[in-house]
Design a protein around this ligand. Structure first.
Ligand code: PEP
Ligand code: MG
Length: 756
């Protein structure tokens, strides 16, 4: 008969005594192995610790040759210990030597032992080491014993993670997985580069109290915590804005199912039975989930495991009484906020002077946090797999919002390279600031009107900072996208008024709601569309739902009482659409003056040229408009029939192609002929080489992201426009895919400055 081991609770109590003892770390580790061996009635107990470079080093042993200490090292995947680390799961073998991964290590003297039980030492899903016991006899360790070993390993993880082992063995730092350097890549959603320190948006909860004093009381705490968790999930799922059916609903239902899952709760209860506190039990289960998450390649399973991980986090917060995010706490001056995902309001809770960048494990190009980050000029990289598991508050980190790369705990060489990049960037910024008061005119004296694109009130300070002449495109939909319900008339009026107030004397061109395609309003039912980019969007929606448009037009007119107002319509496909839209403006204007409201001192109504068909109707359209603005993002997408949001096609067609430049030339000529002012407000207006080509075609007004004003102004002040025209215009008949190389050649030969 096998001798029964003493219950895990007794072991945990004794472990706690050892851990609280005054001895040096090595002595303490030795005592721990002796204690575990005697508790498990095993002849051998060994502790392997993960070291830099991915080696598991024998750190303490009861039963193996003492000479092997700090000598025996196994790679992850090598030998039984390596296999446990690789799979992050226990191995329970009556005959260890029969296992294909068994590796004979002569220095240990372990050949006399037959049975083997090893468990991973895990913390937050990371492998910190492996704990093993061995017996001479062939025995199968019971499930209870495996449980007890896992609980012990969890306590051990605290010792390893505490940093105490640094003084053991060689002078090197112990690698906890959390100390290694990692390069990760994601999607760049907001440009720029930042060096700083990680602030976990939801700070990791560090549990200090692992061992339960009173198991019954602990189980009650756990049950009460689970009950509160279920209630909070139920409340979340029935919230009015989520209660509608749809895909999100299914996701939430799956989430609720997990919260009610008996298997999950049973595993937590069993862990408490072994002597852990309720929160330690949750963390142990969470560690197992994360280890599975890291191993799994199945996206469906990954999602489900994410749900479980999230639930465990919520439960931990309930049990430890911690709520909220890091926004309210002490922030370093160079905070890089790391989160799974984040709402716009949550990002705005942070002190803007301290946040240098944002990294999201999920997040999308049009998520609200992304929109806000862009407005604030903060680099943001999203869809960075694994960032939450790998990083911890205080880690150094580099966010490259241009390439989408993240360097966590970067090596010195990378830090230096990026440091140079950042200081070069700062130097250029200083140059651009100095340029602010200089005239925006070409070397040969042609003045160019430089404006910025904006969409939130927080964009307005850029107008002064960049030294722009006005806002050439104010995307009003951003306010609507960030709101949780349709903004009321008075909210819209005060918003537009605030925009006009902060723009002061500088003109603002408001664009009416451009909703549809990738810009959706959660509170406005849109229905499924096969091709949303070609679907019910922008002016089409506005004309079909005139009440919404009229509300917005009235808000513009009211807000601009006594001052100038410019309004333009997006995605106009034919002159008739513009005519109808303009009639609504006139109607609202008449309504307001009839009711005694102060009218704008000047009203200009314009159309965006984004749909190629409209180019053939310019002779009919232009006499109806006060100005036009070319949205090249959409115009390019529809001209070349390529999806502007598809990264695979991003480099497929070039704005510097003969087709596109010829089309632009036609638009410029028509607007000159009809004496209708023209602006270009798509992204290419802010790219120095593309802007050069546009100016060569006759464009004299551009609107762009604020950060592009400096580089574009630098370019135009260095260009001789007459020479550029002479080179570029004859190229338009060429059959080439792109004229980029030739325009570049001209620029470098004639000293045009193109950085930025
Ligand atoms: C465009 O299409 O070029 C444009 C300026 O509008 P948006 O990018 O908002 O569609
Ligand atoms: Mg557009």
């Amino acid at each position: 008969m096998q001798p029964a081991h003493v219950g895990p609770r007794v072991l945990l109590r004794r472990l706690r005594e050892v851990m609280a003892g005054p001895e040096a770390a090595q002595t303490r580790l030795n005592k721990i192995t002796t204690l575990i061996a005697s508790n498990m009635v095993a002849e051998v107990c060994s502790i392997y610790v993960m070291r830099p470079g991915g080696f598991l080093e024998l750190y303490a042993t009861e039963g193996l040759n003492a000479d092997a200490l700090h000598e025996t090292k196994l790679r992850v995947g090598e030998g039984l210990v390596g296999v446990i680390a690789a799979n992050a799961s226990p191995l329970n073998l009556p005959e260890a030597q029969a296992h294909p991964a068994f590796k004979y290590l002569p220095e240990t003297g372990e050949e006399v032992y037959h049975s083997f039980l090893g468990v991973p030492v895990l913390r937050s899903g990371l492998i910190l080491g492996v704990l093993t016991v061995q017996n001479r006899t062939q025995r199968h360790y019971s499930e209870e014993e495996v449980e007890a070993m896992q609980t012990t390993a969890m306590v051990l993880a605290e010792v390893v993670a505490s940093g105490e082992l640094d003084e053991v063995g060689e002078a090197e730092e112990v690698d906890l997985g959390h100390t290694r350097s990692h390069q990760l890549s994601g999607a760049s959603f907001s440009g720029g580069v930042a060096l700083g320190h990680v602030v976990l948006h939801r700070p990791r909860i560090h549990i200090t109290n692992l061992i339960a004093e009173d198991v019954r009381a602990e189980k009650e705490r756990l049950s009460a915590g689970v009950e509160r968790l279920r209630e909070s999930v139920d409340t979340m799922i029935t919230a009015p804005d989520l209660a509608r059916s749809g895909e999100h609903r299914e996701v939430l239902e799956a989430y609720r199912m997990f919260a009610h899952d008996r298997g999950w709760v049973r595993r937590l209860q069993e862990a408490v039975d072994t002597g852990l506190t309720a929160e330690a039990a949750v963390e142990r289960e969470q560690s197992n989930t994360r280890a599975r998450m890291m191993r799994s390649r199945d996206p469906y399973l990954q999602e489900r495991l994410h749900d479980l991980d999230d639930l465990a986090n919520r439960l931990l917060r309930i049990l430890t009484g911690t709520t909220g995010t890091a926004a309210g706490g002490e922030l370093p001056k160079d905070a890089i906020v790391v989160a799974r995902s984040m709402g716009a309001a949550e990002l705005l809770d942070y002190d803007r002077d301290r946040v240098r960048g944002v990294v999201l494990q999920e997040g999308g190009g049009n998520s609200h946090a992304t929109i806000v980050a862009r407005a604030l000029g903060i680099p943001l990289v999203g869809q960075v797999q694994g960032i939450l598991n790998l990083s911890d508050t205080g880690d150094s980190i580099i966010v490259d919002g241009d390439s989408g790369e993240i360097f966590l705990r970067p090596l010195q060489s990378i830090r230096e390279a990026y440091g140079e990049k950042v200081s070069l960037y700062a130097k250029r910024q200083a140059q651009y600031t100095r340029l602010r008061g200089e005239a925006a005119q070409t070397r040969d004296g042609t003045p160019i009107n430089l404006n910025i694109n904006a969409g939130l009130l927080m964009d307005l300070p850029h107008l002064e900072r960049a030294g722009a002449e006005g806002i050439g495109l104010f995307r009003t939909e951003l306010q609507f996208m960030i709101a949780s319900s349709f903004p009321r008339m008075d909210e819209q009026v005060s918003y537009y008024r605030a925009v006009l107030d902060s723009a002061g004397d500088k003109p603002v061109v408001f664009r009416t709601l451009d909703i549809g395609a990738d810009k959706t309003l959660p509170y406005l039912h849109h229905g499924q569309e096969e091709n949303p980019a070609l679907g019910w969007r922008a002016i089409r929606m506005s004309l079909d739902r005139p009440a919404l448009l009229k509300l917005q037009l009235r808000a513009f007119l009211k807000a601009a009482g006594g001052r100038k107002l410019s309004v333009m319509f997006p995605m106009v496909a034919e002159a008739d659409e513009f005519r109808k839209a303009r009639a609504l403006v006139d109607e609202e204007f008449a309504f307001l003056t009839r009711h005694g409201h102060e009218a704008p001192t000047e009203l200009r109504v314009g159309a965006m040229i984004e749909v190629p068909a409209l180019v053939w109707q310019l002779p009919a359209l232009l006499p109806l408009t006060d100005f036009v603005s070319v949205g090249t993002n959409d115009l390019l997408q529809f001209l070349f029939a390529y999806d502007r949001g598809n990264p695979q096609l991003a480099a497929q067609y070039d704005a510097l192609s003969p087709a596109f430049l010829s089309l632009m030339k036609q638009i410029v000529e028509q607007s000159e002929k009809h004496k209708v002012p023209l602006t270009v407000c798509g992204e290419i207006a802010g790219m120095p080489l593309e802007a050069l080509a546009l100016m060569a075609l006759g464009v004299r007004s551009v609107s762009m992201v604020p950060a592009a004003i400096g580089p574009v102004k630098t370019m135009l002040r260095s260009v001789d426009l007459a020479a550029a025209r002479e080179v570029i215009l004859p190229l338009l008949d060429h059959p080439d895919h792109s004229l980029r190389d030739e325009i570049l050649r001209f620029a470098s030969k004639s000293g045009v400055q193109l950085h930025g």
